[in-house]
Design a binder for this molecule. Structure first.
Ligand SMILES: Cc1cc2nc3c(=O)[nH]c(=O)nc-3n(C[C@H](O)[C@H](O)[C@H](O)COP(=O)(O)OP(=O)(O)OC[C@H]3O[C@@H](n4cnc5c(N)ncnc54)[C@H](O)[C@@H]3O)c2cc1C
Length: 426
């Protein structure tokens, strides 16, 4: 049962009291939790199970220092290299369909320094609120921890290879965001993390970042939503949303109908399917990434990042999760084992005491990517239908801050200034 307000008749006006959230990933669950915080009764519809999408196998980094728009000038330079090779960390199939070509065209058009800066300015207020939102969840009883990254290391063969990352961090700082980092020699990096080999000649150490265990965190967040009286309807896909004068009717795949005062669409890489009818024109393209876990002799104390190889490693329990790749393909296509092998091969020279052949939990999942690299968060052409998604590489770090701000928008009917650049109708 709802903790603070009883379920009443669905009201056609005023602050919504009963809200449906579609999608039980980080963004949907965090939004549900923050709506409950304000006394709203929530129903979360999930077509599969909690964290069935990108929110399961990701790297779990809560690294606002690195959280920036994906389309950047380096993409243009990189795009000239062999993106059609399955071993390339960015992969575009040779026979891209029209939707993907339109997405890529727009993505490339946004990969300029000027647009990146504009996008970054939109990220700064979200990044500044990212970690605090996790603290609010913890203080509110979500029984899962976030871990300080002591240290967070971005590792390179040579010090000069760190130049692009240092330039990006300088730009992030220039956008007004605090970034505390220093370059350390390979010997110091190995002293901090004995799992690194002699191949690491230098590292950038970034302070003040955190990480979490995605499956555990999502399970705990879902449980917290249930404990506070939320209904989590798993195995129930939403087929259609009907906007009516007295509310929004959710029509599920098996034909059930349920009316709610308002609906938040948080369906990750599938956002466009339900949101398109409500004026959301920005495409959300699956940027598929892969991960697996391997045993480690000595658990690293924080995440390890290999920017040149585009691979992220995170200590999860007694194993190391290794994640990478950006594959622009349809979300439902099967896992391609060649990409898993390519990720393992890319980090093999840099890690010791790690058995990259004893892989478990091989996974592929879809980052919800937008062409301008900005999330889509806010009201649509209907004042009762909201969307929350499109966070690309950063939906775990930004999910709670997003949910907190969106809950405010749903309840007050006004867009908080932090969400203005993320207008889903842009
Ligand atoms: C390899 C990899 C590494 C990553 N590392 C990080 C990281 O370190 N830090 C970070 O911040 N981010 C990271 N990300 C990105 C992050 O995982 C995503 O941005 C985030 O999980 C998106 O969350 P979401 O809730 O929007 O979508 P999802 O987690 O995909 O959730 C959407 C949910 O909606 C459900 N759904 C879809 N359609 C319907 C429907 N019609 N009806 C009902 N339910 C529906 C799906 O089943 C799914 O459960 C990574 C991603 C990948 C792939």
């Amino acid at each position: 049962m709802p903790t603070q307000q009883q379920s009443g008749p669905v009201s056609g006006s005023g602050s919504p009291r009963q809200v449906a959230v579609v999608g039980a990933g980080m963004v949907g669950l965090a939004t549900a939790w923050f709506l409950q915080e304000a006394g709203v009764e929530v129903t979360v519809y999930e077509r599969d199970h909690v964290a069935a999408g990108a929110s399961w196998g990701n790297a779990g980094w809560l690294t606002p220092a690195l959280t920036a728009p994906l389309p950047e000038p380096a993409v243009l330079r990189y795009g000239l290299r062999a993106v059609a090779s399955p071993r390339s960390p960015v992969y575009v199939p040779l026979r891209a369909d029209g939707t993907l070509l339109r997405f890529l065209g727009s993505f490339l058009a946004h990969s300029t320094a000027r647009r990146w800066r504009r996008g970054m300015a939109a990220y700064v207020p979200l990044n500044e609120r990212a970690l605090e939102a996790f603290d609010v969840l913890a203080a509110g009883g979500v029984p899962a921890r976030t871990h300080p990254a002591r240290p967070f290391l971005a590792c390179f063969r040579r010090e000069r290879d760190a130049a692009p990352l240092l330039a990006e961090l300088a730009e992030i700082r220039a956008a007004g965001q605090g970034v505390d980092c220093s370059v350390v020699p390979g010997s110091r990096a190995r002293a901090l993390e004995p799992a690194l080999t002699e191949e690491v000649g230098a590292a950038v150490q970034v302070e003040g970042q955190r990480y979490l265990h995605p499956p555990e965190y999502l399970a705990a967040l879902a449980q917290a939503v249930r404990v506070r009286g939320g209904e989590l309807v798993e195995g129930t896909g939403v087929q259609e949303l009907r906007d009516e004068p007295r509310g929004v009717t959710v029509v599920t795949g098996d034909g059930e109908r349920q009316r709610h005062d308002a609906v938040v669409v948080a369906t990750g890489a599938h956002l466009g399917r339900l949101a398109g009818r409500f004026g959301v024109r920005q495409p959300v393209q699956a940027g598929r990434g892969y991960s697996f876990s391997v045993p480690v002799a000595q658990r690293p104390r924080g995440p390890l990042y290999f920017p040149a190889q585009r691979v992220a490693c995170t200590p999860l329990g007694d194993r190391l999760r290794v994640a990478g790749m950006m594959e622009f393909r349809r979300p439902g296509e099967p896992l391609d084992p060649r990409r898993i092998a390519a990720v393992a091969a890319a980090v093999r020279p840099f890690l010791r005491g790690v058995d990259l052949d004893d892989r478990r939990d091989e996974w592929v999942g879809s980052r919800p990517c937008t062409p301008d690299g900005l999330p889509l968060v806010g009201a649509t052409t209907s004042p009762r239908v909201f969307v929350a998604g499109g966070h690309g590489m950063w939906g775990i770090a930004l999910g709670p801050a997003t949910g907190r701000l969106l809950a405010q928008a749903v309840l007050e009917g006004e867009t908080p200034p932090e969400l203005a650049p993320l207008d889903p109708l842009r």
